[in-house]
Design a protein around this ligand. Sequence first.
Ligand code: FES
Length: 87
Amino acid sequence: PFEVQIGRGGAIHTVPAGLSVLEVLARNGIDIPVSCEQGVCGTCLTRVLEGTPEHRDVFLTDQERAANDSFTPCCSRARSARLVLDL
Ligand code: FES
């Protein structure tokens, strides 16, 4: 499990194994535009303010992936204990 925080200083939610970041956010009333839910389309792309995503999409380029300033919450997860999202 890891945590997602809604903006710096915002609410913190735990993402357990078996749930996507997108699902955890939706359960907490935060709806992100979504389409493929498979990391292909980039519709759900969300800015990351702090933390390191574990990219599981095929949408971002290697360069964008390495920048670690955005990720696809429909399928990607976290390498760090917490991601702070620009939401
Ligand atoms: Fe398509 Fe997340 S919804 S990449």
